[in-house]
Every structure is written in structure tokens, then in C-alpha cells.
Design a protein around this ligand. Structure first.
Ligand code: PEP
Ligand code: MG
Length: 942
């Protein structure tokens, strides 16, 4: 016969069937049941109880009835409780009353149902009055049962009871519940019974066993209530876990002024401060505190009213925190001076509190540094580093009808500003008008960057997670929402419309890059800074220590045995300085073409592109050389001592030219108006641009192909890199330049271009009479390069996965259009689990990466491998990079802290058994205990 029910003192049996795993104990009897059993074992005063398992709940959900034997086991357990308390269920003289509470594996506060005071009937109530002499207490408890039973079990809703109470109070002229006298509660019970019958057509059940049976069933049902399902979806909790049901002897906080009830957190869940935060009410039952019907007192005041119980409570909660190695969320009741603990569980907390508590607890030696690092999530770090909208303000905005649309949450953080529909206006209004601007466009292009940088936030109606807007916004830490396709932008009328809402240029808008939501009007934000967050800095340093440990990785392909390093994608010295201050130890990608877009350089770049001869190109490029050298000089200086990877020009040349359509329009207008001045030049330019047209530019003349067709550009770039590196070395700066060739598909391309570039490098070093470390390597962005990596590594001294293009080319999904056109549908339909442009697709793209590393290291065992696609800042992708043997990940400066934490998480999760044992030994030697109650016992025994 299956065992569906466990008694308060049967924790050993639960452990046995759970094979000693505390996690499995919680799976079977729920977090609350496990906590209560564990407290009972530790001698904490817990009212006797029993727990119906989650397995019983799941069996109920399947068959829509209790599984065979379960109810009998409940009755048997009830007998055991009767024995332990000396009371009898349903007995009028000495009645046992119980509560029936949900308790899933993971706490879902307030999401499921609870029924208190089960066992009260007319007869029992009379008997209790005789026994206690306290009519008020008995009938107050009874009316609570009728209301809870009605609303939770019979679906009557609360209103019918609230209405009955309110009209009674109004009739009597009472303002508060406390004005109600004993006889008033007796009268209310009668009124509630009438209300109950009016809604259910039945009398309130006078059989206590029926009450218990229906309550158990109602709690089972509440697992699939809408609130609970929504909560699990949000928190990514599996719907198949089921809830346990705890039937617990009632302890009464409403027996008079020597009774009380309360809830408390052992540390402040909002700030993380070590001071207990809690509230209590004298002469009340549990839900009064939570419901906020009466103003509760801060827990610290209890010392004056019930010093003995207070001291005992403080002792117990301190022990509980030590026992569970974490902040506890407890419920308690004091019945005529005697303290009962009704619940203990790990308390929920804000991001700020999560970091502070983790660091404090490690410093207090309550947990190890590893555990502290594990407890903080990448989302916590993210939340701490970007300006955020206040949750309640966002909810309010939604309620007030200000919600506009939801798009892809491309770059986190909150931005509030005035709408401008083009880059020039956005920049002008920001710089000259001193406004906070939000640039709103259908999509962005490289020549929109100045408007983006000047703006507080960016919103596009098209494009996806790796679209231009998304990449650039992340690069600069600008909050950004892309692909909000419900928004229709009319660039001519300069308005945007969503349904009824029309917003025009200059109107205020709030863009939440963390959730992808967009609101009309202003929502207040708060702005944090890393430097001021000393606890976070401490935690990130611990994360770095963990990642740097030797042998924390088993080096799958002869690669590194330490964890991942974190580098940054940065184009300008100021970004590099920021990246370094955020903890980056290298630049993994400098996209040199961004520098070509600067207003004073673009005409020279265009002149170079339009030159018909190599000499003409070289002449234009010579004008660019000094400025490129200066760019690189600044980068090397900012990253003194660290590697800097500079990627040679990548995009197709037409991106540097004026827009073809706009130019055509201009030419036509001039022709129509008969304006001849300058017409010829424009016509020639138009012809050249037309000549550059490609049907599929992403797969066209770009990357290394461009370098082979027009080597003068990259020759100038390599000269600029090496001259800058030489100049820096002469100034005492330690440089480690790494030249990266993009979009390689065959090693032959590298064989063609690399020797030419190497000759320039050697020539510059000879001219400057100086030598320094350098490397030449390639991006792996084309599946063919990954497949033939063994060959590619013969030329390339390092690989960097350009996973934006590698994903595009492997899936054959356009990185600029997929989200808008079908990716969201694919996710909704379950064809794709996650967006492959945000999180590495391990089975496809990830496998190619793994293959490329394995093959590459066959040729070059110490091949340096990184990733510089957008995935480099995504925790799940970072874990994959750790597993396949990357040396580093590179991401935008603002994501560096998140990546440092994620790198340490991956290292801890995948550390080889030997390394784990070594850490465990050290922990035991230091008498450091592990996080589960079980672990603690083992550690003690040793
Ligand atoms: C990539 O393709 O992943 C990459 C980093 O290059 P880009 O985004 O500039 O094409
Ligand atoms: Mg690329």
C-alpha cells in the first residue's frame, strides 16, 4: 500500500524514501512540511501535524478523487495527533481543531489556499465556551471557519460574508472589529451560516470529518487555480510537482491578551540588513496580520508585552537561520503565553538584499564564499546595475491604461524621455535642447548611432535581439526594446500609433529594456552605480577567484583548466575604461568600422570607396591612418597589460554610402526642378551605389572577402594597429594586440591575406625598432570555418566565435528580420524553446562550436578561444562556453559583471569531482557547514 501521509515525527521515513536527499524530501512533503518536520526533530515547539504528500495530490489531479487508502491514512494520522495533544477531533468537551494548508516544494506565497479552525461545529463551539469561558474567542474562530470554508472550499466568494459583517456593524454603529463583543460574534456566526446556505444551498457541515475531507480536496484543487498557474509560469516552476497538504493542530493567537500571532523574516528581505523584520498582533489569528486589517506592531515591541515568549522566539529563529544557513520567513502563534512555530522557509528577497545577505553570511562563516556566489543570480546583478522602474509604479501605469506595447527586451534598464523619430533630432534635442530623448525608429542603421548614444533609450518596431539597434544599445548600456511590432510609426506625420493611443514627437514615453514593455508618459526610475555597491564588488571578486582556480575545469579538449575569463566588446577608449572598471581583463572585439562612421571620417571613407584605382584608395586611406592610430592607441592605453582584439573591417561597403533610395529621390527632385548645380556628382554617386548593390549583402562582399578584393583598407588598419602598439610600448604601456579577420570560410582566405598583413606588422616593428607580443586570428562565423577548424587553425592563432553570424548562417535565419517575422511565433508554438540569437542553441550552433574547438586544438593545442557574439553576455550561453573549453567570453561592458558571476556559476556547477572533494575537505577542516540540514549532519560527523 502506498504511503500518502506522514506524521510530524516521521521525517526519518521521508528521508529514507527520498534516499537521503533533502531536495527529494521537499519534493515529497513540500517545503512547509519538510520545514515543520525538521523543526520538530530539532526540538522546536511545533503543534503536532501530519502531511499528505505531493504524490497524493498528483494522483488526485489524475483521477479527480483521492487515491485509494489516502483518506484512511489521514484518519489514522488524526488519531495520532489526538494522542499527542490529548484532544479529540469533533469532541465537544476537549476538541481538537486543525488547519489545512497547502505547501508545495517551492514556496508560492499566497497562491494557494488555507482553511483554519476545522473541527468547529455548533456542538463543539458550545463545548469550547464551557471549557474556556471565552465566548468571543470561540465564535470569532467559528465565523472565520465558515467564511474560509465557504470561499475556499465551496467557491462562495468573500463578499457575501463581508457584506453580512459590514451591515451588522453598521446596524450596531460599530466602526472596527474590535468593537464587536462576544454576543456579536455569536450573532455573526448565525448570519454567516445563512449567507453560506444562500450561496451553496446547503447547511454549513456539522460533521468535522466532512470539513476536513472537503478542505483537503480544496487545497489539492488550488494547485491548478489561476493564481497558482500564473505564478508558476512566471517563476518557471514545473506544473507537475503538485502541492502537499499540511493538517496541523490549531494554536490560537486569539485567546486573549496573552495570545498573539505574527510573521517575521530573520533579516530584512528588502535591504538585506541583519536586523529581524516582522510584525505581530495581540489577540488575533494568522491571516489578520497578512491581510493588514489591523495595524500590526513591529516584532521588536513584543519584548515589552511578552518578554519570555519573545526571548524564546529570538533564540529559535537564530537557531533556524544557522540550521538552514539562510534567511528564514517564519510564522508563529503565542497561545496563552506559549510559543508555537507554524512555519519556517527560505525567505524571498530583493536583488539588493540577495547580494548583501550572501556577502554577510559568508563573512559570518554561515556559508562558504562559493555558496554566497551561487546564491546571487545573474538577474540580481542585472537588476542592480541598470536604472529600474519601480514595480508598483509600472503596475499603476498599466492600470491607468498607459501600456503601449511589448517588444523584445534587447538591452536592460529603464528609460524615460521625449520621443524623436530620427537620429539627428534625437541628438539635437538631447544636446541643444537638454532634453531626455528616446529615439523611436522602425529599425536603426549605423548612421543612427549618434542619435542612439545621445538618447536615454531606443525603441524600434522591427528587428530582433541581434539587430543593429539591439547590439549597439547593449554595447553602450542604453535601455532598448526592439521589434515592438504593435507600434505603427508614421515617419512623415511624425507620430506612432498603437490601437487608440497616438504619440507624437516630443511626447513622453517610458521604455523598459528589462521586460520589453513600453508605456506612455513618465514612470519614476532609480539609478544605481557599481562603484558604490561594495557588497556586489566583493561578491564579484569572489566569483573571479573561483573562476581563476586551477583544475576547476576538466579541460575537455586539452584546453584551459581554469574557468572562463571575461573580456568586453569595446570600440572606444572610454568604453574600454568602463569595461576594465567593471572587471573585464581583455577586449574581445573592437568593431573598427564604427569609427569610420564619425562625421569627419565618413567623407574620406566614401572617397576611398569611390576611388577607381588602388593608388586613389591608398591616398584616401593615408588620410585616415593617423586617426585610426589614435583610436587604437587609446584602446591599448586603457587596457594596459591586457589583450586587445581588433577586428579588421567587416561590413559591406554600401553601408558607408548614402541611402540609395533617398539619393534617387534627391536626383529626381533636382531633375524635375531643373537644378543642374551638383546634379552630375549626385548622379555619378548614385550610379556607384547602384553598382555596389547586392541581393544578399549579409552573404556578400564583406569580411575577409572585402579584404581580399580591396586589401588597401586592412593594410592601413594593420599599420595603424602596430604603429599605435609600438608608440604605446615606447611609453611603457604593455600591449597585447590581436588582429582578428572576420567571416572566414576557408583557410585559403587566411593563407592569402595573413602573410601580407604579417609583413606589415614586421615592417612597423622594424621601423620602430621594437618588439611586442601579438597574434593573428579569425572569427568563426561561417559553419564551413567551424567544420574545417583543424585547417583554419594552421593559420589562425586564435578563434573568436561570432555567434550572431554563426547562428544566422547555421539556422539560415536573418538576424535582422527573424524576430519580426516568425521567431516569436516559433517560440509561442514551442518550435524553439528560446531565442537562438539570445541564447546559444546547444544542439546545433553549440555543437559546431564544440567541434571547432576540438578540431582547432588538434592543430594548435594552446589555441585561444573566445566568443564575441551577443551570446557572450548571456548566462546560459556562458555556461556552454565553459563546458566546451572557451578561454574567455566577451560581451558589452555593461554585461561584464553578470558574465563574471555566470562564469563562476558555470565553474562551480561543472567542477570535476576531484576539485569538489578538495573544496569539501577544506570546508570540513575549517568546520564550515554546507547548506542542507543533511549536509550539516555529515559535516559534523566527520
Ligand atoms: C558576430 O557575428 O557574432 C559578431 C560579433 O560580428 P557582428 O555582430 O559585428 O557581425
Ligand atoms: Mg559577424
Amino acid at each position: 500500500m502506498n504511503k500518502w501521509v506522514y506524521l510530524f515525527n516521521e521525517v526519518k521515513e521521508v528521508e529514507k524514501v527520498s534516499r537521503g536527499s533533502w531536495d527529494s524530501v521537499k519534493s515529497l512533503v513540500g517545503g512547509k512540511g519538510a520545514g515543520l518536520m525538521d523543526m520538530t526533530r530539532a526540538g522546536v515547539p511545533v503543534p503536532p501535524f501530519f502531511t499528505v504528500t505531493t504524490e497524493a495530490c498528483n494522483a488526485y489531479q489524475k483521477a479527480n478523487k483521492f487515491p485509494a487508502g489516502m483518506w484512511d491514512q489521514e484518519l489514522k494520522a488524526l488519531k495520532a495527533i489526538e494522542k499527542a495533544t490529548g484532544k479529540k477531533f469533533g469532541d465537544a468537551k476537549n476538541p481538537l481543531l486543525v488547519s489545512c494548508r497547502s505547501g508545495a516544494k517551492f514556496s508560492m506565497p499566497g497562491m494557494m489556499d488555507t482553511i483554519l479552525n476545522i473541527g468547529l461545529t455548533d456542538k463543539v463551539a458550545e463545548g469550547m465556551v464551557k471549557a474556556t469561558g471565552n465566548t468571543r474567542f470561540v465564535y470569532d474562530s467559528y465565523r472565520r471557519l465558515i467564511e474560509m470554508f465557504g470561499s475556499v472550499v465551496m467557491d462562495t466568494g468573500d463578499e457575501v460574508f463581508e457584506h453580512a459583517l459590514e451591515s451588522y456593524k453598521a446596524e450596531k454603529g460599530y466602526k472596527n472589529d474590535t468593537d464587536m463583543q462576544a454576543e456579536d460574534w455569536v450573532a455573526i456566526v448565525e448570519k454567516f451560516k445563512v449567507a453560506y446556505k444562500s450561496k451553496t444551498g446547503e447547511d454549513f457541515p456539522q460533521d468535522p470529518f466532512k470539513q476536513l475531507e472537503l478542505s483537503t480536496e480544496a487545497v489539492f484543487r488550488s494547485w491548478n487555480g489561476k493564481r497558482a498557474v500564473d505564478y508558476r509560469n512566471k517563476e518557471k516552476i514545473s506544473h507537475t510537482l503538485g502541492t502537499a497538504v499540511n493538517i496541523c493542530t490549531m494554536a490560537f493567537g486569539n485567546m486573549g491578551d496573552d495570545s498573539a500571532t505574527g510573521v517575521a523574516f530573520t533579516r530584512n528581505p528588502s535591504t538585506g540588513d541583519s536586523l529581524m523584520m516582522g510584525e505581530y498582533l495581540i489577540n488575533a489569528q494568522g491571516e489578520d496580520v497578512v491581510a493588514g486589517i489591523r495595524n500590526a506592531d513591529p516584532i521588536q515591541n513584543l519584548v515589552n508585552q511578552m518578554p519570555k515568549a519573545y526571548k524564546q522566539f529570538m533564540d529559535i529563529t537564530a537557531k533556524l537561520e544557522k540550521h538552514y544557513h539562510d534567511m528564514q520567513d517564519v510564522e508563529f502563534t503565542i497561545e496563552r503565553g506559549k510559543l508555537w512555530m507554524l512555519q519556517t522557509r527560505i525567505g524571498k528577497r530583493t536583488a539588493k538584499a540577495a547580494v548583501k545577505m550572501a556577502v554577510d553570511m559568508a563573512n559570518e562563516k554561515l556559508i562558504t564564499k562559493e555558496e554566497a556566489v551561487k546564491r546571487v543570480t545573474p538577474e540580481n546583478v542585472d537588476a542592480l546595475l541598470h536604472p529600474q522602474f519601480d514595480d508598483s509604479a509600472m503596475n499603476q501605469a498599466e492600470k491607468d491604461g498607459h501600456f503601449v506595447a511589448k517588444g523584445v527586451n534587447a538591452s536592460p534598464g529603464a528609460a524615460v524621455g521625449q520621443i524623436y523619430f530620427d537620429a539627428d533630432m534625437a541628438e539635437k534635442m538631447a544636446k541643444e535642447g537638454k532634453q531626455d530623448t528616446i529615439m523611436v525608429r522602425p529599425f536603426t542603421k549605423p548612421d543612427d548611432v549618434h542619435g542612439m548614444i545621445a538618447s536615454k533609450g531606443v525603441l524600434t518596431s522591427e528587428g530582433g535581439a541581434t539587430s543593429h539597434a539591439a547590439v549597439v544599445a547593449r554595447q553602450f548600456g542604453i535601455p532598448c526594446v526592439v521589434g515592438a511590432s504593435a507600434i505603427k510609426i508614421d515617419l512623415e506625420k511624425r507620430v506612432m500609433n498603437v490601437g487608440e493611443i497616438t504619440l507624437k514627437e516630443g511626447d513622453w514615453i517610458s521604455v523598459d529594456g528589462t521586460t520589453g514593455k513600453v508605456f506612455a508618459g513618465k514612470i519614476p526610475t532609480s539609478e544605481p552605480s557599481l562603484e558604490e555597491q561594495t557588497d556586489l564588488l566583493t561578491l564579484l571578486n569572489w566569483a573571479d577567484e573561483i573562476s581563476a582556480r586551477k583544475n576547476i575545469r576538466s579541460a575537455p579538449n586539452g584546453g584551459p583548466t581554469r574557468g572562463l575569463q571575461v573580456w568586453a566588446n569595446a570600440d572606444y577608449p572610454k568604453d574600454a575604461r568602463r569595461a576594465r572598471s567593471y572587471g573585464a581583463v581583455g577586449i574581445g572585439l573592437c568593431r573598427t568600422e564604427h569609427m569610420f562612421f564619425e562625421p569627419e571620417r565618413l567623407p574620406i571613407v566614401q572617397e576611398m570607396i569611390l576611388s577607381e584605382t588602388s593608388d586613389g584608395r591608398t591616398a584616401a586611406l593615408n588620410k585616415l591612418l593617423p586617426t585610426q592610430r589614435k583610436d587604437f592607441d587609446g584602446l591599448f592605453e586603457a587596457m594596459d597589460g591586457y589583450p586587445v582584439i581588433i577586428r579588421l573591417i567587416d561590413p559591406p561597403l554600401h553601408e558607408f554610402m548614402p541611402d540609395e533610395e533617398a539619393l534617387l529621390e534627391e536626383v529626381i527632385t533636382m531633375r524635375v526642378k531643373g537644378q543642374t548645380d551638383g546634379l552630375k556628382a549626385k548622379e555619378d554617386l548614385l550610379e556607384s551605389i547602384k553598382g555596389m548593390h547586392e541581393s544578399n549583402p549579409m552573404m556578400g562582399l564583406r569580411g575577409v572577402r572585402l579584404s581580399i578584393v580591396m586589401p588597401e583598407i586592412v593594410e592601413m588598419q594593420v599599420r595603424a594597429i602596430f604603429e599605435a602598439a609600438a608608440d604605446c610600448t615606447l611609453r611603457g604601456i604593455v600591449v597585447k594586440p590581436e588582429v582578428m579577420i572576420p567571416l572566414t570560410g576557408t583557410v585559403k582566405e587566411l593563407e592569402w591575406i595573413q602573410p601580407r598583413l604579417l609583413r606589415i606588422a614586421s615592417a612597423v616593428m622594424a621601423e620602430k625598432k621594437i618588439k611586442f607580443e601579438y597574434k593573428f586570428g579569425t572569427m568563426i562565423e561561417i559553419p564551413r570555418a567551424a567544420v574545417t577548424a583543424q585547417e583554419v587553425a594552421k593559420q589562425a592563432e586564435f578563434f573568436s566565435f561570432g555567434t550572431n553570424d554563426l547562428t544566422q548562417m547555421t539556422y539560415g535565419y536573418s538576424r535582422d528580420d527573424a524576430e519580426r517575422n516568425f521567431l516569436i511565433t516559433y517560440q509561442e508554438q514551442g518550435i524553439l524553446g528560446t531565442n537562438p540569437f539570445q541564447t546559444i542553441d546547444r544542439e546545433g550552433v553549440g555543437k559546431l562550436m564544440q567541434w571547432a574547438i576540438d578540431e582547432g586544438r588538434k592543430t594548435r593545442p594552446n589555441l585561444e578561444v573566445g566568443i564575441c557574439g551577443e551570446h557572450g553576455g548571456d548566462p546560459n550561453s556562458i555556461e556552454w562556453c565553459h563546458m566546451i573549453g572557451n578561454n574567455y567570453v566577451s560581451c558589452s561592458p555593461f554585461r561584464v559583471p553578470i558574465a563574471r558571476l555566470a562564469a563562476a556559476h558555470a565553474a562551480l556547477k561543472h567542477q570535476p569531482v576531484v576539485a569538489k572533494k578538495a573544496v569539501a575537505k577544506k570546508a570540513v577542516a575549517k568546520k564550515v557547514v554546507t547548506s542542507s540540514p543533511k549536509g550539516k549532519k555529515v559535516a559534523k560527523k566527520k
